[in-house]
Write a protein that binds this ligand. Structure first.
Ligand code: MGD
Ligand code: MGD
Ligand code: SF4
Ligand code: MO
Length: 693
């Protein structure tokens, strides 16, 4: 029996894996603080992907864009990739090769991928799908606290609180075992939909506020206004531990509840009640504000999170035990994946790539001269959008993401991917993006290799190999090492043993914000709760900021943020708002979960939640196929009549591909700071799909 962690989300539930008589692994939940012995249905069925009938076990290659992918051997595939990369680089310079990584990759892979890009390819053009995930919260957290660890406290702390406010997070579906921590507190849920989590709030005597999508910033300002007027402002905390309140208040001062109601659609009386409930618990230092993708995935996402943090600071919540602000990070290694250098502007240890001291430190660990390290590159969507354009990359190496389904405005992304001279994808299944690649490299899955992950509380965990990968399959670390050698790098610079990489990552991150220098296989195996920073011979740091925040003056900073409407407005042609998100049984683009029979049978196709009156106006009945059209494209989905829905808003999960992809609709308007696309607001119209299959 092997004890490890789930392949999917950032809760990283612990599980035991036991080989059965047929060699297949059976899953049992394991005790662990985040999941307390629980698993969701994705975790229970996770080993099915290991034996998926269409699992890749041989490299695939196509002669040219018009021919089919055919099986080949590793040497042919890797020689071809290296030859093409070297030729393109000789022609157009190192930035002609792009790398796209992922928050699903272990720390060791994320680190190696960043090093591979900077040394073996010498390219600045590397970014990853975390940009689509929690980058707005990360930017706002850094701005306010001087450091970004999504939850600067253990998840178990929130169970002790009187009140938890969840803005745009639906853990009842996205992290079901987390609900165990939310059973005692009274919940305030901010979500345009009566989500499963909003229903839990209402059932428990809490509050559900359902703003029009894209108006969260106004709502957060309105709550700050009400909280202060109602006497819950923590003047002592604001004076001694923060700066910038007055400038931030100038924006909140005008958002009295009735005005906030006009913009958000949330009744003024509900705003007052929520401010009171939250304020009362805050005065007992017993409240948390948590944000999820619903409030973050906007062109104003960073400012919106700043507005939630401003509210938390005004109530005196952060930097104290028993209360705080946190972002509910989503991907399995969403936290670690943003720390070790696969982000365009970053080096390991959460260091900045344009900081000379950071460059010198990392160059020393890598044994190169600092000036040879490239500078910052393009962010994820900008990188995808530059592919094959004049001056943009002509080749891309993709690990751990399926951007054809997950990036906004699918048609545009498909065009850009198709215009590449060379697309190389490492995956264990033929995802929609991998199916477009010129070379596909079959890699090992989570239970077939070891490595560390950093969960949503900033705790470093070890996933342990339970079985050998199928014959013919290599690990991502082996693939990167084999390629690096073909690109002229010494083999020992790209080790394939995860523990060796972890030790090097420890040295590279030492002294950085996310310091992993004290993370060792021994400490991990002992079960010690290693919340970073973790330094050698030092206690880890479950709770940050108790004495001071990470800015040089030790104070947290308010940010003055005005409300701004979404990038796109509704009109007579596109009168409704489509928002997107998740359902319990599928993970992300569905590349994995659509291959699990039990999950796929339960949710085989896209659906759209629509208020019965809105559906009636479009002539749609429940179960019929709707066509949803935005200014960028259209998609189809089966109608689910939802009486609790807002009349002006429809909701689609983004787990489906092709003609059922929600991202056919979405707007790639980017947040100016985080470069996060506006996944949560598209102006659309709703019609009956002409062909009812
Ligand atoms: N089942 C499942 N679980 C997952 C994942 C998965 O794909 N499937 N993915 C994992 C990952 S990577 C992530 S990032 C997390 C995401 O976890 P969540 O943030 O919980 O997921 P979402 O469904 O994207 O968004 C949450 C809620 O935001 C609401 N929302 C939409 N627009 C707005 C708005 O304008 N304002 C507000 N306040 N709310 C809005 C949606 O109705 C939705 O209920 O889940 C993780 N867990
Ligand atoms: N409309 C809309 N779009 C969204 C969102 C939304 O809410 N609405 N949410 C966004 C968010 S929060 C996220 S995180 C992204 C997710 O978007 P993606 O990351 O593109 O989605 P995944 O399905 O997780 O894709 C992961 C791919 O990598 C493979 N893979 C998994 N692990 C590994 C590994 O260790 N190595 C290798 N080589 N491959 C691996 C899987 O098989 C799969 O094909 O989507 C974003 N897109
Ligand atoms: S909640 Fe997340 S980590 Fe836990 S079993 Fe489900 S997908 Fe896996
Ligand atoms: Mo995510």
């Amino acid at each position: 029996m092997t004890t490890t962690h789930c392949p999917y989300c950032a809760l990283q539930c612990a599980m035991h894996l036991e080989p059965g008589p047929d060699g297949r692994l059976a899953v049992r939940p394991a005790p662990f603080p985040t999941n307390r012995g629980g698993l969701c249905r994705k975790g229970w069925t996770s080993t099915e992907v290991l034996t998926a009938p269409d699992r890749l076990t041989r490299p695939l290659i196509r002669k040219d864009r018009d021919s089919e992918l055919v099986e080949t051997d590793w040497d042919t595939a890797l020689d071809h990739v290296a030859e093409r990369l070297l030729a393109l680089r000789a022609q157009s310079g190192p930035d002609t090769v792009a790398v796209f990584g992922s928050g699903s990759l272990t720390n060791e892979k994320s680190y190696t991928l960043g090093k591979f890009a900077r040394l073996a390819l010498a390219t600045s053009q590397i970014d990853y799908n975390g940009r689509f995930c929690m980058s707005s919260a990360a930017a706002a957290g850094t701005r306010a606290f001087g450091l970004d660890r999504g939850m600067p406290f253990p998840l178990t702390d929130i169970g002790e609180a009187e009140v938890v406010l969840l803005a745009g997070a639906n853990p009842a579906e996205t992290m079901p075992p987390m609900m165990g921590h939310l059973s005692a507190p009274t919940l305030i849920v901010i979500d345009p939909r009566r989500s499963a989590t909003a229903q839990v709030a209402l059932d428990g005597g809490g509050i559900h506020l359902a703003p029009r999508p894209g108006t969260d910033l106004a709502l957060a300002l309105g709550l700050l206004h009400s909280a202060r007027v109602q006497g819950w402002y923590d003047e002592d905390f604001v004076q001694h531990r923060t700066t910038g309140f007055e400038a931030a208040w100038e924006h909140a001062a005008a958002w009295w509840p009735e005005r906030t109601e006009q913009v958000t659609g949330v009744p003024a009386s509900h705003i007052r009640a929520a401010a009171d409930l939250l304020g009362r618990a805050s005065s007992n230092r017993s409240a948390y504000i948590l944000t999820g993708r619903g409030t973050e995935q906007h062109a104003t996402g960073t400012d919106t999170v700043s507005a939630w943090i401003n509210l938390a600071l005004a109530l005196g919540l952060p930097g104290r035990q028993g209360s705080g602000y946190g972002c509910v990070t989503g991907q399995g290694n969403g936290q670690g994946g943003r720390e070790h250098g696969q982000k365009a502007d970053q080096l390991p240890g959460y260091r900045k790539i344009d900081d000379p001291a950071a460059r010198a430190h990392v160059a020393r660990v890598w044994g190169v001269e600092p000036h040879t390290l490239p500078g910052p590159g393009r962010s994820a969507f900008e990188l995808l959008d530059a592919l094959g354009t004049d001056g943009g990359p002509r080749a891309m190496l993709l690990l751990g993401s399926n951007p054809l389904v997950s990036a906004p405005e699918t048609d545009r992304v498909r065009d850009r991917l198709a215009s590449l001279d060379l697309l190389v994808a490492a995956d264990f299944v033929l995802s929609e993006t991998a199916a477009m690649a010129d070379v596909v490299l079959p890699v090992a899955q989570w239970a077939e290799e070891s490595g560390t992950m950093t969960n949503l509380e900033g705790r470093v965990l070890r996933r342990t190999r339970a079985i050998a990968p199928p014959e013919g399959v290599r690990t991502d670390l082996e693939v990167l090492s084999d390629l690096a050698v073909r690109l002229g790098q010494p083999r020992q610079r790209f080790p394939t043993d995860p523990d060796t990489v972890l030790a090097e990552l420890g040295r590279a991150s030492a002294g950085g914000a996310a310091d992993y220098s004290g993370v060792t296989p021994q400490r991990l195996a002992s079960g010690e709760a290693l919340h970073w920073p973790v330094r050698a011979q030092q206690e880890p740091t479950p709770r940050l900021f108790l004495d001071s925040f990470a800015h040089p003056d030790g104070h947290a900073r308010f940010t003055a943020v005005p409300h701004q409407p979404p990038a796109e407005t509704t009109d007579t042609d596109y009168p409704l708002i489509a928002t997107t998100g998740r359902t319990m049984g599928h993970y992300q683009t569905g590349a994995q979960t659509r291959r699990v029979p039990e999950l796929n049978q339960a949710e085989p196709e896209a659906y759209v939640e629509v208020h019965p009156d809105t559906a009636a106006r479009a002539g749609l009945a429940t179960g019929q196929w709707a066509r949803i059209t935005s200014r960028r494209g259209h998609t189809r989905a089966r109608v689910r009549l939802t009486p609790t829905a807002r009349l002006d808003t429809v909701f689609l999960p983004f787990h489906f591909a092709g003609t059922q992809a929600a991202n056919n609709l979405t707007n790639p308007a980017l947040d100016p700071t985080s470069r996060m696309p506006e996944f949560k607001v598209s102006a659309v119209r709703l019609e009956r799909e002409p062909a009812q299959p």
